[in-house]
Design a protein. Structure first.
Length: 492
Protein backbone atom coordinates (compact mmCIF):
# COMPACT_ATOMS: atom_id res chain seq x y z
CA UNK A 1 0.00 0.00 0.00
CA UNK A 2 1.22 3.50 -0.80
CA UNK A 3 -0.44 6.25 1.17
CA UNK A 4 -4.15 5.53 1.05
CA UNK A 5 -4.08 3.44 -2.14
CA UNK A 6 -3.99 -0.34 -2.21
CA UNK A 7 -1.61 -1.14 -5.02
CA UNK A 8 -2.90 -3.43 -7.72
CA UNK A 9 -6.57 -2.83 -6.95
CA UNK A 10 -8.83 -2.80 -10.02
CA UNK A 11 -11.43 -0.11 -10.65
CA UNK A 12 -14.55 -0.38 -8.54
CA UNK A 13 -16.80 -1.99 -11.19
CA UNK A 14 -14.35 -4.85 -11.71
CA UNK A 15 -13.72 -5.37 -8.00
CA UNK A 16 -17.43 -5.20 -7.19
CA UNK A 17 -18.30 -7.65 -9.96
CA UNK A 18 -15.96 -10.19 -8.38
CA UNK A 19 -17.24 -9.50 -4.85
CA UNK A 20 -20.92 -10.02 -5.63
CA UNK A 21 -20.16 -13.56 -6.84
CA UNK A 22 -19.07 -14.45 -3.30
CA UNK A 23 -22.34 -15.67 -1.77
CA UNK A 24 -20.80 -16.16 1.69
CA UNK A 25 -19.55 -12.59 1.74
CA UNK A 26 -22.92 -11.24 0.64
CA UNK A 27 -24.78 -13.20 3.32
CA UNK A 28 -22.35 -12.04 6.02
CA UNK A 29 -22.59 -8.40 4.94
CA UNK A 30 -26.38 -8.48 4.63
CA UNK A 31 -26.82 -9.88 8.14
CA UNK A 32 -24.28 -7.54 9.74
CA UNK A 33 -25.35 -4.29 8.07
CA UNK A 34 -29.08 -4.91 8.61
CA UNK A 35 -28.50 -5.75 12.27
CA UNK A 36 -26.43 -2.62 12.91
CA UNK A 37 -28.72 -0.23 11.05
CA UNK A 38 -31.87 -1.56 12.72
CA UNK A 39 -30.30 -1.07 16.16
CA UNK A 40 -29.13 2.40 15.16
CA UNK A 41 -32.63 3.40 14.06
CA UNK A 42 -34.02 2.42 17.47
CA UNK A 43 -31.26 4.25 19.35
CA UNK A 44 -31.73 7.44 17.32
CA UNK A 45 -35.51 7.33 17.73
CA UNK A 46 -35.05 7.68 21.51
CA UNK A 47 -33.88 11.28 21.09
CA UNK A 48 -36.61 13.81 20.37
CA UNK A 49 -33.99 16.40 19.44
CA UNK A 50 -31.96 14.25 17.05
CA UNK A 51 -32.51 16.63 14.12
CA UNK A 52 -31.28 19.56 16.22
CA UNK A 53 -28.22 17.59 17.37
CA UNK A 54 -27.50 16.74 13.75
CA UNK A 55 -27.78 20.39 12.74
CA UNK A 56 -25.59 21.43 15.66
CA UNK A 57 -22.89 18.90 14.73
CA UNK A 58 -22.94 20.17 11.14
CA UNK A 59 -22.69 23.78 12.31
CA UNK A 60 -19.74 23.08 14.62
CA UNK A 61 -17.88 21.21 11.91
CA UNK A 62 -18.55 23.85 9.26
CA UNK A 63 -17.48 26.66 11.57
CA UNK A 64 -14.27 24.81 12.44
CA UNK A 65 -13.41 24.13 8.81
CA UNK A 66 -13.92 27.80 7.92
CA UNK A 67 -11.45 28.78 10.66
CA UNK A 68 -9.25 25.69 10.62
CA UNK A 69 -5.99 27.63 10.60
CA UNK A 70 -6.93 29.46 13.80
CA UNK A 71 -8.07 26.36 15.70
CA UNK A 72 -5.06 24.25 14.69
CA UNK A 73 -2.68 26.90 16.01
CA UNK A 74 -4.74 27.17 19.19
CA UNK A 75 -4.60 23.38 19.53
CA UNK A 76 -0.82 23.34 19.08
CA UNK A 77 -0.41 26.00 21.76
CA UNK A 78 -2.66 24.13 24.21
CA UNK A 79 -1.01 20.74 23.65
CA UNK A 80 2.46 22.23 24.03
CA UNK A 81 1.46 24.06 27.22
CA UNK A 82 0.19 20.76 28.64
CA UNK A 83 3.52 19.02 28.06
CA UNK A 84 2.98 17.47 24.64
CA UNK A 85 4.90 17.92 21.41
CA UNK A 86 3.14 18.73 18.13
CA UNK A 87 4.46 17.64 14.71
CA UNK A 88 3.04 18.68 11.34
CA UNK A 89 2.92 16.14 8.51
CA UNK A 90 2.09 17.36 5.00
CA UNK A 91 1.58 13.87 3.63
CA UNK A 92 1.63 10.16 4.49
CA UNK A 93 5.36 9.72 3.96
CA UNK A 94 6.22 12.59 6.29
CA UNK A 95 3.85 11.27 8.97
CA UNK A 96 5.43 7.81 8.74
CA UNK A 97 8.95 9.27 8.97
CA UNK A 98 8.01 11.27 12.05
CA UNK A 99 6.44 8.32 13.87
CA UNK A 100 9.22 5.92 12.90
CA UNK A 101 11.84 8.37 14.13
CA UNK A 102 10.02 8.87 17.43
CA UNK A 103 9.78 5.13 18.05
CA UNK A 104 13.43 4.50 17.15
CA UNK A 105 14.47 7.31 19.51
CA UNK A 106 12.97 5.39 22.43
CA UNK A 107 15.11 2.35 21.65
CA UNK A 108 12.02 0.16 21.39
CA UNK A 109 11.22 -2.19 18.51
CA UNK A 110 7.51 -2.80 19.06
CA UNK A 111 4.38 -0.70 19.57
CA UNK A 112 0.78 -1.39 20.52
CA UNK A 113 -1.88 0.39 18.50
CA UNK A 114 -5.38 1.66 19.05
CA UNK A 115 -7.65 1.34 16.01
CA UNK A 116 -6.75 4.30 13.79
CA UNK A 117 -8.02 5.15 10.33
CA UNK A 118 -5.30 7.80 9.91
CA UNK A 119 -2.45 5.32 10.38
CA UNK A 120 -4.15 2.91 7.99
CA UNK A 121 -4.42 5.77 5.52
CA UNK A 122 -0.68 6.47 5.73
CA UNK A 123 0.39 2.82 5.72
CA UNK A 124 2.17 3.25 9.06
CA UNK A 125 2.34 -0.45 9.95
CA UNK A 126 4.23 -1.21 6.75
CA UNK A 127 6.57 1.75 7.31
CA UNK A 128 7.33 0.59 10.86
CA UNK A 129 7.92 -2.97 9.68
CA UNK A 130 10.41 -1.70 7.09
CA UNK A 131 12.29 -0.01 9.96
CA UNK A 132 12.36 -3.21 12.03
CA UNK A 133 9.50 -2.21 14.34
CA UNK A 134 6.58 -4.55 15.05
CA UNK A 135 3.19 -2.83 15.29
CA UNK A 136 0.49 -4.85 17.08
CA UNK A 137 -3.15 -4.01 16.47
CA UNK A 138 -5.17 -4.41 19.68
CA UNK A 139 -8.74 -3.79 18.52
CA UNK A 140 -10.32 -7.23 18.12
CA UNK A 141 -11.45 -6.71 14.54
CA UNK A 142 -8.15 -5.08 13.56
CA UNK A 143 -6.33 -8.00 15.19
CA UNK A 144 -8.34 -10.41 13.05
CA UNK A 145 -7.45 -8.44 9.93
CA UNK A 146 -3.75 -8.26 10.86
CA UNK A 147 -3.41 -11.94 11.77
CA UNK A 148 -5.22 -12.89 8.57
CA UNK A 149 -2.85 -10.78 6.40
CA UNK A 150 -6.03 -9.07 5.27
CA UNK A 151 -7.37 -5.55 4.76
CA UNK A 152 -10.13 -3.73 6.66
CA UNK A 153 -13.48 -3.63 4.89
CA UNK A 154 -15.56 -1.44 7.21
CA UNK A 155 -14.87 1.70 9.22
CA UNK A 156 -16.42 0.45 12.46
CA UNK A 157 -16.17 -3.33 12.00
CA UNK A 158 -13.00 -3.89 9.92
CA UNK A 159 -13.47 -7.68 9.85
CA UNK A 160 -17.15 -7.59 8.90
CA UNK A 161 -16.36 -9.75 5.87
CA UNK A 162 -15.18 -12.63 8.09
CA UNK A 163 -17.49 -15.18 9.74
CA UNK A 164 -16.78 -16.91 13.05
CA UNK A 165 -15.38 -20.10 11.51
CA UNK A 166 -12.91 -18.09 9.43
CA UNK A 167 -11.81 -16.12 12.50
CA UNK A 168 -11.25 -19.32 14.46
CA UNK A 169 -9.07 -20.69 11.67
CA UNK A 170 -7.05 -17.46 11.51
CA UNK A 171 -6.46 -17.48 15.26
CA UNK A 172 -5.39 -21.11 15.27
CA UNK A 173 -2.99 -20.65 12.36
CA UNK A 174 -1.48 -17.25 13.09
CA UNK A 175 -1.61 -16.28 16.76
CA UNK A 176 1.46 -18.32 17.68
CA UNK A 177 3.58 -16.40 15.16
CA UNK A 178 2.71 -13.08 16.79
CA UNK A 179 2.82 -14.09 20.46
CA UNK A 180 0.71 -16.29 22.70
CA UNK A 181 -0.89 -19.03 20.55
CA UNK A 182 -4.60 -19.77 20.49
CA UNK A 183 -5.84 -22.84 22.41
CA UNK A 184 -5.61 -26.00 20.32
CA UNK A 185 -9.28 -26.77 20.90
CA UNK A 186 -10.46 -23.22 20.13
CA UNK A 187 -14.05 -23.18 18.90
CA UNK A 188 -15.94 -20.50 17.01
CA UNK A 189 -18.17 -19.28 19.85
CA UNK A 190 -17.79 -15.50 20.27
CA UNK A 191 -16.84 -15.84 23.93
CA UNK A 192 -14.05 -18.30 23.10
CA UNK A 193 -12.68 -16.11 20.32
CA UNK A 194 -12.77 -13.01 22.53
CA UNK A 195 -11.00 -14.84 25.38
CA UNK A 196 -8.26 -16.08 23.03
CA UNK A 197 -7.72 -12.51 21.83
CA UNK A 198 -7.71 -11.16 25.40
CA UNK A 199 -5.00 -13.58 26.54
CA UNK A 200 -2.98 -12.98 23.40
CA UNK A 201 -3.07 -9.20 23.81
CA UNK A 202 -2.62 -9.02 27.58
CA UNK A 203 1.10 -9.73 27.44
CA UNK A 204 1.56 -7.07 24.76
CA UNK A 205 -0.25 -4.42 26.82
CA UNK A 206 1.93 -5.12 29.86
CA UNK A 207 5.19 -5.21 27.91
CA UNK A 208 4.83 -2.34 25.43
CA UNK A 209 6.65 0.93 26.10
CA UNK A 210 5.23 2.79 23.10
CA UNK A 211 1.59 3.24 22.11
CA UNK A 212 0.25 4.61 18.82
CA UNK A 213 -3.27 5.96 18.43
CA UNK A 214 -5.50 8.20 16.43
CA UNK A 215 -8.27 10.33 17.92
CA UNK A 216 -11.94 10.92 17.29
CA UNK A 217 -11.73 14.55 18.35
CA UNK A 218 -9.16 17.15 19.40
CA UNK A 219 -10.26 20.14 21.50
CA UNK A 220 -8.49 23.35 20.48
CA UNK A 221 -9.48 25.14 23.68
CA UNK A 222 -7.77 22.70 26.05
CA UNK A 223 -5.47 20.54 23.93
CA UNK A 224 -7.51 17.46 24.90
CA UNK A 225 -7.65 14.40 22.66
CA UNK A 226 -10.58 11.98 22.75
CA UNK A 227 -10.85 8.32 21.75
CA UNK A 228 -14.18 6.46 21.64
CA UNK A 229 -13.97 2.66 21.79
CA UNK A 230 -15.92 -0.35 22.98
CA UNK A 231 -13.41 -2.97 24.14
CA UNK A 232 -11.05 -1.33 26.62
CA UNK A 233 -7.97 -2.00 24.51
CA UNK A 234 -7.73 1.71 23.79
CA UNK A 235 -7.63 2.55 27.48
CA UNK A 236 -4.73 0.10 27.90
CA UNK A 237 -2.77 1.51 24.94
CA UNK A 238 -3.36 5.11 25.97
CA UNK A 239 -2.39 4.79 29.62
CA UNK A 240 0.18 1.98 30.09
CA UNK A 241 3.02 2.86 27.64
CA UNK A 242 5.70 5.38 28.56
CA UNK A 243 5.43 7.11 25.17
CA UNK A 244 2.19 7.85 23.32
CA UNK A 245 2.15 8.95 19.67
CA UNK A 246 -1.17 10.07 18.18
CA UNK A 247 -1.61 10.54 14.43
CA UNK A 248 -4.73 12.60 13.73
CA UNK A 249 -6.20 14.24 10.65
CA UNK A 250 -6.36 18.01 10.93
CA UNK A 251 -10.13 17.98 10.38
CA UNK A 252 -10.72 16.22 13.73
CA UNK A 253 -10.35 19.44 15.75
CA UNK A 254 -13.35 21.09 17.46
CA UNK A 255 -13.22 24.53 19.09
CA UNK A 256 -14.34 23.95 22.68
CA UNK A 257 -14.76 21.20 25.22
CA UNK A 258 -18.47 21.89 25.29
CA UNK A 259 -18.72 20.91 21.60
CA UNK A 260 -18.09 17.32 22.65
CA UNK A 261 -21.56 17.31 24.23
CA UNK A 262 -23.05 16.99 20.73
CA UNK A 263 -20.83 14.22 19.46
CA UNK A 264 -20.94 12.22 22.68
CA UNK A 265 -24.62 11.72 21.85
CA UNK A 266 -24.55 11.36 18.07
CA UNK A 267 -21.43 9.27 17.43
CA UNK A 268 -22.22 6.24 19.65
CA UNK A 269 -25.80 6.06 18.41
CA UNK A 270 -24.76 6.33 14.76
CA UNK A 271 -21.89 3.85 14.97
CA UNK A 272 -22.55 1.14 17.57
CA UNK A 273 -26.22 2.00 18.27
CA UNK A 274 -25.35 2.64 21.92
CA UNK A 275 -26.55 5.52 24.08
CA UNK A 276 -22.99 6.19 25.17
CA UNK A 277 -19.59 4.74 24.48
CA UNK A 278 -18.38 1.97 26.82
CA UNK A 279 -14.93 3.60 26.92
CA UNK A 280 -14.36 7.30 26.29
CA UNK A 281 -10.73 8.19 27.01
CA UNK A 282 -9.58 11.80 27.20
CA UNK A 283 -6.07 13.05 27.83
CA UNK A 284 -4.44 16.45 27.91
CA UNK A 285 -0.66 16.48 27.56
CA UNK A 286 1.32 14.59 30.20
CA UNK A 287 1.58 14.33 33.96
CA UNK A 288 4.28 12.97 36.24
CA UNK A 289 1.80 10.94 38.26
CA UNK A 290 -0.14 8.95 35.65
CA UNK A 291 -0.11 7.85 32.02
CA UNK A 292 2.63 8.27 29.42
CA UNK A 293 5.63 10.45 30.28
CA UNK A 294 5.97 11.64 26.67
CA UNK A 295 3.13 12.58 24.31
CA UNK A 296 3.52 13.39 20.61
CA UNK A 297 0.70 14.63 18.38
CA UNK A 298 1.24 14.25 14.63
CA UNK A 299 -1.20 16.46 12.71
CA UNK A 300 -1.85 14.88 9.31
CA UNK A 301 -2.82 16.82 6.19
CA UNK A 302 -2.40 14.31 3.32
CA UNK A 303 -4.84 16.02 0.96
CA UNK A 304 -7.15 17.56 3.53
CA UNK A 305 -6.33 21.21 2.79
CA UNK A 306 -6.76 20.46 -0.90
CA UNK A 307 -10.20 19.07 -0.10
CA UNK A 308 -10.94 22.12 2.03
CA UNK A 309 -10.38 24.34 -1.02
CA UNK A 310 -13.40 22.76 -2.78
CA UNK A 311 -16.61 24.53 -1.67
CA UNK A 312 -18.75 21.47 -2.50
CA UNK A 313 -16.39 18.63 -1.62
CA UNK A 314 -15.15 20.04 1.68
CA UNK A 315 -18.25 18.82 3.50
CA UNK A 316 -16.68 15.34 3.44
CA UNK A 317 -14.28 16.65 6.10
CA UNK A 318 -17.20 16.86 8.54
CA UNK A 319 -17.15 13.05 8.74
CA UNK A 320 -16.85 11.65 12.28
CA UNK A 321 -16.23 8.08 11.04
CA UNK A 322 -19.44 6.60 12.43
CA UNK A 323 -19.99 4.28 9.41
CA UNK A 324 -23.78 4.77 9.40
CA UNK A 325 -23.65 5.46 5.66
CA UNK A 326 -22.04 2.08 4.99
CA UNK A 327 -24.75 0.19 6.84
CA UNK A 328 -27.59 1.65 4.76
CA UNK A 329 -25.86 1.61 1.38
CA UNK A 330 -27.23 -1.01 -1.06
CA UNK A 331 -23.97 -0.90 -3.03
CA UNK A 332 -21.73 -1.51 -0.01
CA UNK A 333 -24.03 -4.27 1.22
CA UNK A 334 -23.49 -6.22 -1.99
CA UNK A 335 -19.92 -5.33 -2.93
CA UNK A 336 -18.25 -5.12 0.49
CA UNK A 337 -15.49 -2.75 1.53
CA UNK A 338 -12.50 -4.19 -0.32
CA UNK A 339 -13.94 -3.21 -3.70
CA UNK A 340 -13.37 0.49 -2.86
CA UNK A 341 -9.58 0.04 -2.78
CA UNK A 342 -9.20 2.36 0.19
CA UNK A 343 -9.24 2.35 3.98
CA UNK A 344 -12.39 4.47 3.60
CA UNK A 345 -15.03 2.23 2.02
CA UNK A 346 -18.70 2.82 1.35
CA UNK A 347 -20.38 6.12 0.47
CA UNK A 348 -18.01 8.28 2.53
CA UNK A 349 -15.03 6.58 0.90
CA UNK A 350 -16.51 7.20 -2.54
CA UNK A 351 -16.29 10.96 -1.92
CA UNK A 352 -13.34 11.21 0.49
CA UNK A 353 -10.75 9.02 -1.22
CA UNK A 354 -10.97 10.71 -4.66
CA UNK A 355 -10.47 14.06 -2.96
CA UNK A 356 -7.57 13.05 -0.72
CA UNK A 357 -5.84 11.11 -3.52
CA UNK A 358 -7.12 12.86 -6.64
CA UNK A 359 -8.98 11.26 -9.52
CA UNK A 360 -5.94 10.44 -11.63
CA UNK A 361 -5.99 6.67 -11.03
CA UNK A 362 -8.51 4.32 -12.57
CA UNK A 363 -9.91 3.28 -9.20
CA UNK A 364 -10.29 6.85 -7.88
CA UNK A 365 -12.00 7.92 -11.10
CA UNK A 366 -14.47 5.05 -10.67
CA UNK A 367 -15.38 5.65 -7.00
CA UNK A 368 -17.84 8.56 -7.55
CA UNK A 369 -19.89 6.11 -9.63
CA UNK A 370 -20.05 3.50 -6.82
CA UNK A 371 -23.51 4.67 -5.79
CA UNK A 372 -27.15 4.57 -6.83
CA UNK A 373 -27.62 8.17 -5.55
CA UNK A 374 -30.54 6.88 -3.47
CA UNK A 375 -29.74 9.37 -0.70
CA UNK A 376 -29.99 6.93 2.24
CA UNK A 377 -26.43 7.88 3.27
CA UNK A 378 -27.39 11.55 3.62
CA UNK A 379 -30.47 10.71 5.66
CA UNK A 380 -28.48 8.83 8.33
CA UNK A 381 -25.36 11.01 8.44
CA UNK A 382 -25.12 12.58 11.93
CA UNK A 383 -23.37 15.67 10.51
CA UNK A 384 -25.58 15.98 7.41
CA UNK A 385 -22.97 15.38 4.71
CA UNK A 386 -24.85 15.51 1.39
CA UNK A 387 -22.96 12.59 -0.11
CA UNK A 388 -25.09 12.39 -3.30
CA UNK A 389 -24.33 16.06 -4.02
CA UNK A 390 -20.60 15.46 -3.70
CA UNK A 391 -20.78 12.29 -5.79
CA UNK A 392 -22.39 14.18 -8.68
CA UNK A 393 -19.84 16.98 -8.23
CA UNK A 394 -16.96 14.49 -8.46
CA UNK A 395 -18.51 12.74 -11.46
CA UNK A 396 -18.45 16.08 -13.25
CA UNK A 397 -14.77 16.43 -12.35
CA UNK A 398 -13.99 12.96 -13.69
CA UNK A 399 -15.82 13.53 -16.98
CA UNK A 400 -15.03 17.20 -17.63
CA UNK A 401 -11.78 17.80 -15.73
CA UNK A 402 -11.32 21.37 -14.54
CA UNK A 403 -9.64 23.40 -11.83
CA UNK A 404 -8.72 21.67 -8.57
CA UNK A 405 -6.21 22.20 -5.78
CA UNK A 406 -3.43 19.62 -5.52
CA UNK A 407 -0.60 19.97 -3.01
CA UNK A 408 -1.76 23.50 -2.28
CA UNK A 409 -1.51 24.64 -5.90
CA UNK A 410 -4.45 25.43 -8.18
CA UNK A 411 -4.11 23.27 -11.30
CA UNK A 412 -6.31 22.23 -14.19
CA UNK A 413 -6.76 18.49 -14.55
CA UNK A 414 -7.65 16.64 -17.73
CA UNK A 415 -10.80 14.54 -17.99
CA UNK A 416 -10.35 10.90 -17.01
CA UNK A 417 -9.92 8.38 -19.79
CA UNK A 418 -12.88 6.33 -20.95
CA UNK A 419 -15.52 9.07 -20.70
CA UNK A 420 -15.45 10.50 -24.24
CA UNK A 421 -18.94 9.21 -25.04
CA UNK A 422 -20.30 10.66 -21.79
CA UNK A 423 -18.75 14.06 -22.55
CA UNK A 424 -20.20 14.01 -26.05
CA UNK A 425 -23.64 13.14 -24.69
CA UNK A 426 -23.48 15.96 -22.15
CA UNK A 427 -22.42 18.46 -24.80
CA UNK A 428 -25.28 17.34 -27.04
CA UNK A 429 -27.75 17.60 -24.14
CA UNK A 430 -26.51 21.08 -23.27
CA UNK A 431 -26.87 22.28 -26.87
CA UNK A 432 -30.35 20.76 -27.15
CA UNK A 433 -31.55 22.32 -23.89
CA UNK A 434 -30.24 25.69 -25.06
CA UNK A 435 -32.32 25.43 -28.27
CA UNK A 436 -36.03 24.94 -27.46
CA UNK A 437 -36.98 24.33 -31.09
CA UNK A 438 -34.53 21.44 -31.38
CA UNK A 439 -35.77 20.04 -28.07
CA UNK A 440 -39.40 20.08 -29.26
CA UNK A 441 -38.48 18.43 -32.55
CA UNK A 442 -36.49 15.75 -30.77
CA UNK A 443 -39.31 15.00 -28.33
CA UNK A 444 -41.81 14.59 -31.19
CA UNK A 445 -39.44 12.37 -33.13
CA UNK A 446 -38.91 10.12 -30.11
CA UNK A 447 -42.67 9.87 -29.52
CA UNK A 448 -43.47 8.98 -33.14
CA UNK A 449 -40.75 6.31 -33.35
CA UNK A 450 -41.37 4.82 -29.91
CA UNK A 451 -42.35 1.35 -31.17
CA UNK A 452 -39.01 0.97 -32.91
CA UNK A 453 -36.89 1.75 -29.84
CA UNK A 454 -34.63 -1.09 -28.63
CA UNK A 455 -34.84 -2.49 -25.12
CA UNK A 456 -31.06 -2.19 -24.76
CA UNK A 457 -28.62 0.42 -26.00
CA UNK A 458 -25.84 -0.52 -28.43
CA UNK A 459 -22.15 0.37 -28.15
CA UNK A 460 -20.99 2.29 -25.05
CA UNK A 461 -24.56 2.41 -23.72
CA UNK A 462 -24.72 -1.38 -23.44
CA UNK A 463 -23.09 -1.38 -20.01
CA UNK A 464 -25.80 0.95 -18.71
CA UNK A 465 -28.69 -1.16 -19.96
CA UNK A 466 -27.12 -4.42 -18.79
CA UNK A 467 -28.50 -3.57 -15.35
CA UNK A 468 -31.30 -1.11 -16.15
CA UNK A 469 -34.37 -0.91 -18.35
CA UNK A 470 -34.74 1.98 -20.74
CA UNK A 471 -37.64 4.24 -19.74
CA UNK A 472 -40.72 3.90 -21.91
CA UNK A 473 -41.32 6.87 -24.22
CA UNK A 474 -44.83 8.37 -23.83
CA UNK A 475 -47.16 8.60 -26.88
CA UNK A 476 -46.69 12.35 -27.07
CA UNK A 477 -44.36 14.97 -25.57
CA UNK A 478 -45.47 16.70 -22.39
CA UNK A 479 -45.50 20.07 -24.16
CA UNK A 480 -47.97 18.82 -26.79
CA UNK A 481 -50.12 17.13 -24.14
CA UNK A 482 -50.21 20.30 -22.07
CA UNK A 483 -51.10 22.53 -25.05
CA UNK A 484 -53.88 20.17 -26.13
CA UNK A 485 -55.19 19.91 -22.56
CA UNK A 486 -55.04 23.66 -22.05
CA UNK A 487 -56.78 24.45 -25.34
CA UNK A 488 -59.36 21.83 -24.59
CA UNK A 489 -60.40 23.62 -21.42
CA UNK A 490 -58.77 21.30 -18.92
CA UNK A 491 -57.45 22.72 -15.66
CA UNK A 492 -53.83 22.31 -14.53
Amino acid sequence: MSGATYLGMPAFPDAAREAVRNTTLRATLRHATHTIRDKRARAVAELADWDRLRAAGKAVKDHTLRHLDHYLLQLEEAVTAAGGTVHWAADADEANRIVTGLVLATGEREVVKVKSMATQETGLNEALEAAGIAAYETDLAELIVQLGHDRPSHILVPAIHRNRAEIRDVFRAEMGRWGRPAPEDLGDAPAELAEAARLHLREKFLRAKVGVSGANFMVAETGTLVVFESEGNGRMCLTLPETLISVVGIEKVVPTFRDLEIFLQTLPRSSTAERMNPYTTMWTGTTDDDGPRAFHLVLLDNGRTDTLADPVGRQALRCIRCSACLNVCPVYERAGGHAYGSVYPGPIGAILSPQLRGTGSEIDASLPYASTLCGACYEVCPVAIDIPEVLVHLRERVVQGGNVTRDGVRVRIRPARGHAAERAALRAARWTLDHPGALRAGERLLARTRRFHPRRLPGPGRAWTDTRELPEIPPEPFRDWWRRRDHGGGDA
